[in-house]
Design a protein around this ligand. Structure first.
Ligand SMILES: Cc1cc2nc3c(=O)[nH]c(=O)nc-3n(C[C@H](O)[C@H](O)[C@H](O)COP(=O)(O)O)c2cc1C
Length: 347
């Protein structure tokens, strides 16, 4: 019997309520499969927004199939919802969601494993019904209680509450996890995951105490031996990061957290002048992010990371780490309960 069983583990069919969440625009099939094989939920990330979006969709499908070939267990895909200035959903989102649904429709064995679709950034609207009609669990990542209620009312199965300290694209009105997660768990009835700042069983125990039913991590899994697809210099830069080395800059869908370096300083400066062509600037930002991962120039490229990098000093072995993290969280909760006087009534 796994140490923590709850609505989230039962809904998704995983052993431990520990998720490796989307890490786009990067290559993640191996990492996702490793996390799923360890009993958590791995996520295949969207591969970016190339000008030839059909080529992007082919890459995404290859990554999904590659992951399905490496695990028998449930895994997820993450697709940010991009919207234009009129509020219309951008083509890459539509094409990537259709790609995931088509991959499932074409292969029942793959469909058995690709069980969860996570959206983030903009509101997923009509896609919620399409994802659920396809028999998938729909998770949506939000940065506010208002967005959480809107998503739950629209029918998503799981809300991921994204706190200020998270890596990558952070909500525009960033609220700290300690404030956001209890407010979200009070406001919605569906299972909630905490994302931002978790790195071990203590973080999971804290998330459960705040009313969440699991954690979704990025930075902790980037810094793992399973993540051999990323340039070693990227991973080393995260291990070397100290408190205060992270900064939020203007990313692709809003503010984005990464390392304070020459690239983020230059972007902050450029954003201040506000005279760059926005389409061209977005293209350069994505290229810069991808260059950090493929070429490892961690000074002149945008290196996305969560604040928690400053507290991470070693690589973990995912197969060993995921069950240990769940056991550590359960152990903490048991020992705290055991130390309380038995007469306490918490009702
Ligand atoms: C390198 C990097 C890339 C990310 N890309 C995405 C993405 O494509 N979609 C998404 O919803 N979140 C993305 N995120 C956010 C993560 O899914 C996760 O919510 C976040 O890393 C949690 O914070 P943590 O890093 O403190 O664990 C990214 C985060 C990082 C560090």
């Amino acid at each position: 019997m796994p140490p923590i069983v709850n609505r989230y583990t039962q809904l998704t069919g995983i052993e431990h309520p520990i998720v490796q969440e989307g890490l786009g625009p990067f290559r993640t099939p191996k990492l996702a499969a490793a996390v799923s094989n360890a009993g958590g939920l791995g996520t295949v990330s969207m591969p970016g927004m190339p000008e030839d979006i059909a080529a992007g969709a082919r890459t995404f499908r290859e990554h999904i199939e590659e992951c399905a070939g490496m695990t028998e267990r449930p895994f997820a895909v993450n697709i940010p919802v991009g919207v234009d200035s009129n509020g219309d959903v951008l083509p890459f989102t539509d094409i990537y969601i259709r790609t995931a649904l088509e991959a499932r429709a074409a292969d029942p064995e793959l469909a058995r494993r690709l069980r969860v679709l996570t959206t983030s950034a903009g509101f997923p609207g009509d896609y919620i019904a399409r994802v659920k009609d396809a028999g998938m669990v729909h998770q949506h990542k939000v940065g506010s209680t208002r967005q959480a209620v809107k998503a739950a009312e629209a029918g998503v199965d799981v809300v991921i509450a994204a706190g200020f300290e998270m890596g990558g694209h952070a909500p525009s009105k960033a609220v700290h996890s300690f404030v956001l997660v209890p407010s979200v768990t009070e406001a919605v009835d569906v299972p909630v995951l905490l994302t931002g700042g978790a790195r071990d069983g203590r973080g999971l125990a804290a998330a459960l105490s705040l009313g969440a039913e699991g954690v979704a991590m990025g930075t902790r899994f980037i810094t793992s031996t399973a993540n051999s697809d990323w340039h070693p210099a990227y991973i080393q830069a995260l291990l070397d990061a100290q408190e205060g080395d992270d900064v939020a800059f203007d990313g692709v869908y809003g503010p984005c957290r990464g390392l304070r370096n020459a690239a983020s300083r230059q972007l902050l400066e450029e954003t201040r002048h506000d005279d760059a062509d926005p389409v061209e600037l977005t293209r350069r930002k994505i290229e810069s992010m991808q260059r950090a991962q493929t070429e490892g120039d961690t000074e002149n490229s945008l290196v996305l990371t969560g604040q928690v990098a400053s507290a991470i000093k070693d690589l973990v072995d995912v197969a060993e780490f995921v069950p240990r993290m769940a056991a550590e969280a359960a152990g903490i909760l048991h020992s705290l309960a055991a130390n309380l006087p038995s007469t306490v009534d918490a009702s």
